[in-house]
Design a protein around this ligand. Structure first.
Ligand code: AP5
Length: 217
C-alpha cells in the first residue's frame, strides 16, 4: 500500500500523517522532515539544501527522487505514506517510470487565506515532530511540548514572506499534479480523491481513515 498526501504548505499533511501512522501503521516518508533533519545534522545533503529551504525554494528533483526511491526500497512491502513528495511533475513521472504503483492519492484542499493563518501560528516540537497551532491546536502549557515539557519552535520558513513564496511555488509546480493524478486515476493506475480539509483536524482525519476501511477494521 502506497499513499500520497498532496496539498499546499499548511494543508495539514504532517498533522494527518501522524494520525495515519499511529492508527494504521504507515511508514511516514516526509521529505521536508528528512531534509530538516539533514540540515540539523549539517550532513553534506543538509549543507547543500539549507539555503534553498530557508528561502522557500524547492530542492532539485534529482536529489529528491534518489532520496525517496531509497526510502521506498528500504520499506519493502510495508505500507508507506508519502508526505511532501511528489511535488513536481518530474518527481511524479519518476515514480511512474520506476514502476512504483501508488494505491491512493489524497489531495487536502484548503483556501489560501486559511493556509497563511495555519502556517503563521504553527509550533513544532523538533525532536519528535509533534505539531501544534497557537489557536487551533494549542499545547496545554504555552510554548511547551505536551509530552516532554520541552520548548516549542517556529520553522524558519514560516515567516510571512517565505510562506507567500512557498504558496506561489505550490501553485506553479505542484498544482499540476492534481490533473496528473486525476488522469492516472481515469486510466485505472491509482485512486484519487480530494478532501475538504478546511475543517477541524479530527473531521479531516475521519474522512481520511474512511478511505482505508480494511486497515482500520
Ligand atoms: P515540507 O516540510 O514538506 O513543507 P510543506 O509542504 O510546505 O508543508 P508544511 O509542512 O508546511 O505543511 P503541512 O501540510 O504538513 O501542514 P501541518 O500539518 O504542519 O517542505 C519544506 C521544504 O522542504 C520545501 O519548501 C522545500 O524546500 C523542501 N522540500 C520538501 N519536499 C520536497 C520535494 N519533494 N521536492 C523539493 N523540495 C522539497 O499543519 C500546519 C499548521 O496548521 C499546524 O500548526 C497544524 O497544527 C495546523 N493544522 C493542521 N490541520 C489543521 C486543521 N484541520 N485545522 C486547523 N489547523 C490545522
Amino acid at each position: 500500500m502506497r499513499v500520497v498526501l498532496l496539498g499546499a504548505p499548511g494543508a495539514g499533511k504532517g498533522t494527518q500523517a501522524q494520525v495515519l501512522v499511529e492508527r494504521l501503521g504507515f511508514i511516514h516518508i516526509a521529505t521536508g522532515e528528512i531534509l530538516r533533519a539533514a540540515v540539523r545534522e549539517q550532513s553534506p545533503l543538509g549543507i547543500q539544501v539549507q539555503a534553498m529551504m530557508a528561502s522557500g525554494q524547492l530542492v532539485p528533483d534529482r536529489l529528491m527522487i534518489a532520496l525517496v526511491e531509497e526510502r521506498l526500497q528500504q520499506a519493502g512491502d510495508r505500507p508507506c505514506l508519502l508526505d511532501g513528495f511528489p511535488r513536481t511533475l518530474a518527481q511524479a513521472e519518476a515514480l511512474t517510470q520506476a514502476g512504483i504503483k501508488l494505491d491512493q492519492v489524497v489531495h487536502l484542499a484548503v483556501p489560501e487565506a486559511v493556509l497563511i493563518r495555519r502556517l503563521s501560528g504553527r509550533r513544532v516540537h523538533r525532536p519528535s515532530g509533534r505539531l501544534y497551532h497557537i489557536d487551533y491546536q494549542p499545547p496545554r502549557v504555552a510554548d511547551r511540548d505536551d509530552i516532554t515539557g520541552e520548548p516549542l519552535n517556529t520553522r524558519p520558513d514560516d515567516d510571512e514572506a517565505t510562506i507567500r513564496q512557498r504558496l506561489m511555488i505550490y501553485q506553479a509546480q505542484t498544482v499540476p499534479l492534481i490533473a496528473y493524478y486525476q488522469q492516472q486515476a481515469l486510466q485505472g493506475r491509482t485512486r484519487y480523491v480530494a478532501l475538504e480539509a478546511n475543517q477541524p483536524a479530527v473531521a479531516v482525519s475521519a474522512q481520511l481513515l474512511a478511505l482505508f476501511p480494511q486497515q482500520t477494521a
